[in-house]
Design a binder for this molecule. Structure first.
Ligand SMILES: [Zn+2]
Length: 430
């Protein structure tokens, strides 16, 4: 067991809404079910997610986009997006779905709930696998993402933590979050991703380092196809360490998109649990308030395996390699193992390319991040901490107990001994 306080954000309704997202249908249930099956809910504080308010959503999104989302009630299967829908990105890879505004508010709310756990010192690490939609923009949806829960959560975190480091591990460039903070020096965006001609979204080059006063507070590490654990760990170790020591953040947000795992049908990268976990461990070692979010991941069972493994890593629990029997167990065949096998394809990133790109990053950091600019006055910060603590401590209580066995939800396996327990659910009062 680790000695850190870990919050895990969950809600029946959240899982239902997430399960309906067209790009990841049913994935949220699979993830939550595997985490439950391994008994990990007994090692974390389960915090009930509450939907975001309109004002929360407005921290990033425009009124026009949000009001348009409200126009969708029940959508028929044969609904054809209108020209206006398309203007808000609602077509192609983000088709309108029923009750879209509710879905967006529920998903954004889950990351806001996770952020609150850090703000109120309920957790050192808050986990929300239903969040991480890094492509959504202020005025519309993009790349399977209807709402940028990440930016909204970061805006909340900034109330207490003035400088936030955003780390994006998804195989795709985190363009939505980056664009939101292009002009900002209070949020440093760091993205590791595959960058090849024709690969979505086509942005995130090493030369992209922010604009005007935000210049230097953005770092992109583009990788070529089939990048392996070895390459990724080396790059992450060098780049994350440099960025961290130059920027010295007050909090860290990590988008743990699972589509850089080997065998993802969209990704084309070659990571395994080892690559992801060694990066997460480096982040955890900094002992800063940390928010862990999901993201892409289109081999759903592999995404569930990864996020279960990371949850266990954070909680300091070792997992059995054999996946326990549960409702979704047949999907993990034929091997029923927790690990993901590496690719046979060759990592095409050469040592020269990696070394050269690291040297560009280093040069940029030393050019734009002056130590005297990034050190926060400690006295000022401590004062804010105290004020927030005294004001908000009463706003969370242990509201209910969740009897996993009695839940009328077939995602929970009633025959599984590990889940046959009562779990405390914490809930925020507004
Ligand atoms: Zn992705």
């Amino acid at each position: 067991m680790s000695n850190r306080k870990v919050a895990y954000v969950w809600e029946e309704n959240l899982i239902e809404h997430c399960d309906r997202l067209p790009a990841v249908i049913g994935r949220a249930s699979l993830v939550h079910s595997l985490i439950t099956t391994y008994g990990l809910l007994n090692n974390v504080k389960v915090v009930r997610s509450t939907p975001a308010t309109y004002n929360d959503l407005k921290l990033f999104h425009s009124d026009l986009y949000l009001d348009h989302l409200k126009t969708f009630g029940q959508i028929d299967d044969d609904y054809m997006p209108t020209t206006e829908d398309e203007e808000y990105g609602l077509g192609y890879d983000c088709p309108p779905i029923s009750d879209l505004y509710d879905t967006v508010a529920t998903i954004a709310g889950s990351s806001v709930t996770a952020a609150k756990c850090l703000l109120l010192n309920i957790a050192d690490v808050a986990i929300n696998w239903c969040g991480g939609w890094h492509h959504a923009h202020r005025f519309g949806a993009e790349g399977f993402c209807y709402v940028n829960d990440i930016v909204i959560a970061i805006e909340k975190l900034k109330l207490k933590y003035p400088e936030v480091l955003y780390v994006d591990l998804d195989v795709h460039h985190g363009n939505g979050v980056q664009d939101a903070y292009n002009l900002s020096k209070s949020v440093f965006t760091l993205s590791f991703h595959k960058c090849e001609p024709g690969f979505y979204p086509g942005t995130g080059h090493v030369e992209d380092i922010g604009t005007l006063k935000g210049k230097g507070y953005m770092c992109n590490f583009p990788l070529q196809a089939y990048y392996s654990d070895e390459t990724f760990e080396y790059v992450f170790d060098n780049v994350f360490t440099m960025v961290y020591s130059c920027f010295m953040p007050d909090a860290i947000v990590v988008q743990c998109g699972a589509d850089a795992l080997a065998h993802d049908p969209v990704g084309g990268a070659g990571l395994t649990m080892k690559g992801y976990c060694s990066c997460i461990q480096k982040v955890l070692d900094k002992r800063k308030p940390t928010l862990l979010l999901g993201g892409g991941g289109y081999n759903y069972t592999n995404a569930a395996k990864l996020w279960t493994t990371i949850t266990a890593l954070v909680a300091g629990i070792e997992l059995d390699e054999t996946i326990p029997e549960h409702h979704y167990w047949p999907k993990y065949g034929p091997d029923f193992r927790l690990s993901v096998q590496p690719l046979l394809s060759k990592d095409v990133n050469t040592k020269q390319y990696i070394t050269h790109t690291i040297s560009i990053v280093k040069e940029n950091l030393s050019k734009y991040l002056q130590p005297d600019e990034v050190v926060e006055p400690l006295i000022k910060k401590r004062k804010i901490d105290d004020e927030d603590d005294s004001k908000d401590k009463s706003s969370i209580v242990m509201k209910s107990k969740l009897d996993l066995k009695s839940e009328n939800n077939d995602a929970m396996d009633v025959h599984n001994q590990v889940t046959d327990k009562t779990v405390d659910i914490y809930e925020f009062f507004d």
